[in-house]
Design a binder for this molecule. Sequence first.
Ligand code: SAM
Length: 285
Amino acid sequence: MDNTRSFEQAYKATISDSDFRRLAAHIEKSSGIKMPPEKKVMLQSRLKKRLYQLGMNDFKTYCDYVFSPESSGHETLFLLNFISTNKTDFFREPVHYTFLEEEVLPAFSTRKNKLHFWSAGCSSGEEVYSLAILLAEAAMKNLEMDYEVLGTDISTPMLEKAVRAEYREQSITEIPLNLRKRYFLRHKDASKSQVRVGPALRSKVRFRYLNFMDYSYDLPRNFDVIFFRNVLIYFNKEIQEQVLGRIVMHLEAGGYLFIGHSENILNFDLPLEKRGPNVFRKLGD
Ligand SMILES: C[S@@+](CC[C@H](N)C(=O)[O-])C[C@H]1O[C@@H](n2cnc3c(N)ncnc32)[C@H](O)[C@@H]1O
């Protein structure tokens, strides 16, 4: 079959209710991302590209492949990469960055030298670099201070993008000019309209794969600040509670948890007190 035909076949493919249910149950089990029936059209449209990449014409073949010994779980990674929602931005939900600057960093400055931040579900890294910029600015005023920001995600293409640290120039236009000049480099080829985070800031961050559905997380338990924003909304209540319980274990007593503005954790029994707009402080200090 020529390329155009196989492209057309894959793009015409529709998913049956039973194949959708099989894939939806598998996605929920492996990533926690809920897949109610209303998501069928979304799943179908996102996976068509994957069918085409694999040279498959229909979802039945793809579904059988996902569960086959031949794929041996490997396809699950691709599947999750295709269906996860990775929307993010530099300084997204800016009120959190103001809260950090005005309330959290001054409180830490007298009692901590090295701060450990974690952006849990960091997507392509904009949140990690936004936090690093804020910390770098604070460190210029307080020379004793040091910091490190960890970004984790389940999506390997997003993590690769985060490590490359290259972004469209358009995506940083809202950042004040002095910060853009200090922390971003223009691409040598001006026609590319791309910027890259500078090496000094890149040296203060690191990225790694982490699936929130894992039974436990192989990470230190001394984070001072955890940004866990715009991830919970994709999970059902039971998974939200399990994942939050594990995340909070990695927060130091007196440390801060930030969740997305449209998320709510007030019904969960967690050792946290509310301190700001979807900002919580861990009890015990
Ligand atoms: C909408 S983005 C949020 C990015 C950033 N935190 C923000 O607020 O701008 C959600 C991220 O959660 C990640 N994610 C979804 N399920 C996950 C899981 N089970 N384990 C780890 N990351 C997951 C997705 O890959 C995606 O990059």
